[in-house]
Design a protein around this ligand. Structure first.
Ligand code: ADP
Length: 516
């Protein structure tokens, strides 16, 4: 192999032509390096600069080599944006100390007004005898990176400000169930109380198991789940939160989620309002029903009075006839007692407390109460099989069924009399610990575009409707750990299914798959 005693083809005693060639080669090399390179003389004047240095600093070669480093003082910035004095330039330190310097990030305002950011390094340049002849400054353009960092910082600041101003509280919980960050603190709590605490530390004991289940569903199954829960501790004990558990998935193929984001919305006021509206609606339905019930009582009452009058009159011979009249009166009074009994079940203030109730008895009461409104020319058939007790508030559940029966009757007013039918049947879903009640009618059905809206408050298609019945029913059932479903064929009829829980822990319902 040829020995390389003549690097770059330069003779030990170069000629002028050789020197020119060498200078132009060095220039080509300098211009080819990806960073800026500047040679500064000991007096601080700029002697040489490569193309990248000119690009970063925004000067032409002739302009830059006219300048001293001190002339940049007014146009340079530290990383934090404050002015950067010349004394902090690595080149100035090299010239002052003769020692190589640590890199420093400096922003340089270019003549065109834009700012370049670069990491500057400087090393001493020495002559053959070792005396300092100046400094070589090298610098790498990081303007794009700075811009991206700034953008990220701004967007983070924007999200942080948005999160801290939202009415909802956003809590990030790690895989170990510990709180990583929180957008806003509950009154009276410090960050030390919250960060690192268990995710359900501020959840009422009754809801801790549900919380844990929802958290695991979000973390492991990566599903978005929602849970309405009660707060705990001095600040939140009387508050209710609708909490959405959102899995935060980092890597696409990762197993489970990285974090779970909890978005907690204070729904205490909404619950209070709905409870108030439900109560008013309940009273209104009693008002509506009482007119029909009065009519219903009138028949047995007339019957009772007629029999008593007869028993007391001279026309009634003592003995068997009199006894029969009194027994008939007794039977009529018994029917009236049943009606009043049913009305009292509905009139009982709808407390939040849940008890085990026999859903069939509630259906029968609701049918008797809604009967006067519903039964006119409607064929009502029931198929109430043996089902386990369900957790419910009896009066609220009764109101739910009355509303469904009355709606069914309203949907059939246009049908010929012989075709108006309501069928009620019970069924069970043992695996999910649920009892279902199907109420089918042969009414007009619900248009597909209305199906998604019928449970919204105030949605009605009726002249005199309030649009509250189904929304209150849905809310009431969900509070009992149940739910309501609808299946309808326009022109043929509708089936509402009420699902009620046979266990105390309500199942959480998945609301949507996570965003891809
Ligand atoms: P309202 O009865 O006051 O309208 P609801 O909330 O009880 O309020 O019902 C909302 C709407 O749902 C009704 O206006 C009607 O359009 C529709 N709907 C409810 N039940 C039935 C049914 N069985 N058949 C057809 N439409 C129904």
């Amino acid at each position: 192999m040829e020995s390389r005693t003549r690097p770059f083809g330069i003779d030990p005693e170069p000629t002028r032509v050789d020197l020119e060639q060498r200078a132009s080669l060095v220039r080509v090399i300098l211009d080819a390096v990806p960073g800026g390179v500047v040679h500064v003389a000991t007096d601080g004047s700029v002697v040489e600069a490569n193309a990248e240095a000119l690009r970063i600093l925004g000067y032409r070669f002739d302009d830059l080599t006219q300048r001293f480093i001190s002339s940049f003082e007014t146009t340079t910035l530290r990383e934090d944006g404050s002015p950067c004095p010349v004394a902090e330039y690595p080149v100035a330190r090299v010239l002052a100390t003769g020692e190589p310097q640590e890199p420093v990030t400096i922003g340089v305002q270019r003549p065109d007004g834009t700012t370049s950011w670069a990491i500057f390094r400087a090393v001493p340049a020495r002559g053959a005898d070792g005396t300092l002849t100046g400094a070589i400054v090298t610098f790498l353009d990081i303007t794009e990176r700075k811009r991206a960092e700034e953008k990220l910082r701004r967007s983070e600041a924007m999200w942080r400000s948005l999160a801290s101003n939202l009415p909802d509280i956003i809590i990030l919980v790690g895989r170990d169930s510990r709180i990583v960050s929180v957008s806003r603190l509950f009154p009276g709590l410090s960050p030390d109380d919250v960060i690192g605490a268990h995710g359900h530390a501020f959840v009422h004991a009754d809801y801790v198991d549900d919380w844990q289940r929802c958290f695991e569903t979000a973390l492991i199954e990566r599903e978005v789940v929602r849970l309405e829960l009660r707060g705990a501790g001095a600040s939140g004990a009387t508050s209710w939160y609708e909490t959405t558990f959102v899995p935060i998935v980092d890597a696409p193929g990762a197993e489970g989620a990285e974090l779970v984001m909890l978005v907690a919305r204070d729904v205490t006021e909404r619950r209070r309002m709905v409870a108030g509206v439900a109560e008013k609606e309940r009273l209104a339905s009693i008002g509506m029903l009482s007119a029909s019930v009065a009519h219903e009582i009138m028949n047995p009452l007339t019957y009772v009075l007629a029999n008593l009058d007869f028993a007391l009159s001279d026309r009634c011979p003592p003995g068997a006839r009199k006894t029969k009249a009194l027994l008939d009166a007794r039977e009529g009074a018994g029917r009236m007692q049943q009606i009043v009994w049913d009305l009292r079940a509905l009139g009982r203030s709808g407390s939040e407390e849940l008890f085990y109730v026999d859903v069939r008895a509630v259906i029968e009461t609701a049918l008797r109460l809604a009967g006067p409104e519903v039964a006119k020319n409607v064929h009502v058939s029931v198929d109430l099989g043996e089902v386990p007790g369900v957790l419910a508030s009896e009066s609220r559940l009764c109101q739910v069924f009355i509303n469904i029966f009355v709606n069914a009757a309203h949907a059939m007013t246009e049908r010929p009399v012989g075709e108006r039918a309501i069928h009620v049947r019970t069924r069970t879903d043992d695996a999910a610990s649920l009892v279902g009640v199907d109420v089918s009618d042969t009414g007009v059905g619900i248009e597909p575009e209305h199906l998604g809206r019928i449970f919204d408050p105030f949605f009605t298609t009726k002249q005199t409707g309030t649009g509250l019945g189904l929304s209150i029913s849905k809310e009431s059932l969900e509070r009992m750990g149940g739910r309501i479903e609808v299946d309808s064929r326009p022109g043929q009829g509708t089936t509402f299914t009420v699902w009620l829980s046979t266990t105390r822990l309500p199942a959480a319902h998945a609301v949507a798959p996570p965003a891809p």
